[in-house]
Design a protein around this ligand. Structure first.
Ligand code: DX5
Ligand code: ZN
Length: 229
C-alpha cells in the first residue's frame, strides 16, 4: 500500500446489501471506489452489531484494492490477529476503546497491517499527539459511531489541528460519517484525504444496477477535489 495525499473515496459497506457483500464490493470497485471501508460493531462500544473477522475474510476475496477495517469494538487487542488474518490492509481502533491505544497500535503494526486510530466527535486532536509515529491513519469521526445515515458534525477545526500536527509524516486523515458532495469540500479543504461515505455512495443504486454508485462516487470526488482548483 503506497502513501499519497490524493483524495480517496472509501464507500462503507454498512450501507450495502448485507446479503450480497461480495457483489457489492465488486460493484463499488468497478464504479470507482478507491478503498472499501468495513465497519465492525460489537453492541458494546457502540449500540449496534454488524459482523466480525469471518465476514471480513469472506469479502476479502471480492476486494482487489484496500480493505479498510474500522473496529468499533472494545476490547480490541484480542481480535487484532483475526482481522489481520482476514486480510485487512488497514485496521483502525478507537482511542476511546481502552486505556492502551499505544499498545494496540504497536500490535496492529506487528501483524503487517497499517495502523489507524479513530477519534469520536467529543475527543480532542491532542489525544493522538503522542501516537503520530505509531499510526498510519487518523480517522476523524464526523458522527457519533454506530449507525449510517446520520447528520454530519463539522470537525474542520480538529482536522486542521491534526493536519498541522502530522506535518510531513505519511499519515492519512480519514473522515467518517455524513460525508456527501456537500460536506466533502469542507473536510478536503481542512486536510483530509480519505473520505468514507456510506449512504451517499449507495443511494439510488443496487447490486443489480450499480451505475448510481459510480455517479455518487464521482460527485463526491469532484466536490472534494474542486476545493484545490
Ligand atoms: C458509522 C460508521 C460509518 C458509516 C458512515 O459508525 O463508522 O462508516 O457507515 O455512513 P454514512 O456515510 O451514511 O454516514
Ligand atoms: Zn466507519
Amino acid at each position: 500500500m503506497s502513501f499519497d495525499r490524493n483524495i480517496k473515496i472509501a464507500p462503507s459497506i454498512l450501507a450495502a446489501d448485507f446479503a450480497n457483500f461480495g457483489a457489492e464490493c465488486e460493484a463499488i470497485e468497478a464504479q470507482g471506489a478507491d478503498w472499501v471501508h468495513v465497519d465492525v460493531m460489537d453492541g458494546h462500544f457502540v449500540p449496534n452489531i454488524t459482523f466480525g473477522p469471518a465476514t471480513c475474510a469472506a469479502i476479502r476475496k471480492h476486494i482487489k484494492g484496500v480493505m479498510d477495517v474500522h473496529l468499533m469494538i472494545a476490547p480490541v487487542d484480542p481480535y487484532i490477529d483475526a482481522f489481520a488474518q482476514a486480510g485487512a490492509d488497514v485496521i483502525t481502533a478507537h482511542v476511546e476503546a481502552g486505556p492502551h491505544i499505544h499498545r494496540t497500535l504497536q500490535a496492529i503494526r506487528a501483524t503487517g497491517a497499517k495502523a489507524g486510530v479513530a477519534l469520536n466527535p467529543g475527543t480532542p486532536a491532542e489525544a493522538v499527539a503522542h501516537l503520530l509515529d505509531l499510526t498510519d491513519l487518523i480517522c476523524v469521526m464526523t458522527v457519533n459511531p454506530g449507525f449510517g445515515g446520520q447528520k454530519f458534525i463539522d470537525m474542520s477545526a480538529k482536522i486542521r489541528a491534526l493536519r498541522a500536527m502530522i506535518g510531513d509524516r505519511p499519515v492519512h486523515i480519514e473522515i467518517d460519517g455524513g460525508v456527501d458532495a456537500k460536506t466533502a469540500p469542507l473536510v478536503a479543504q481542512a486536510g483530509a484525504d480519505v473520505l468514507v461515505a456510506g449512504s451517499a455512495v449507495f443511494r439510488g443504486g443496487s447490486v443489480g444496477d450499480p451505475t448510481a454508485y459510480g455517479k455518487n462516487i464521482r460527485d463526491i470526488r469532484a466536490a472534494a477535489e474542486g476545493v484545490y482548483a
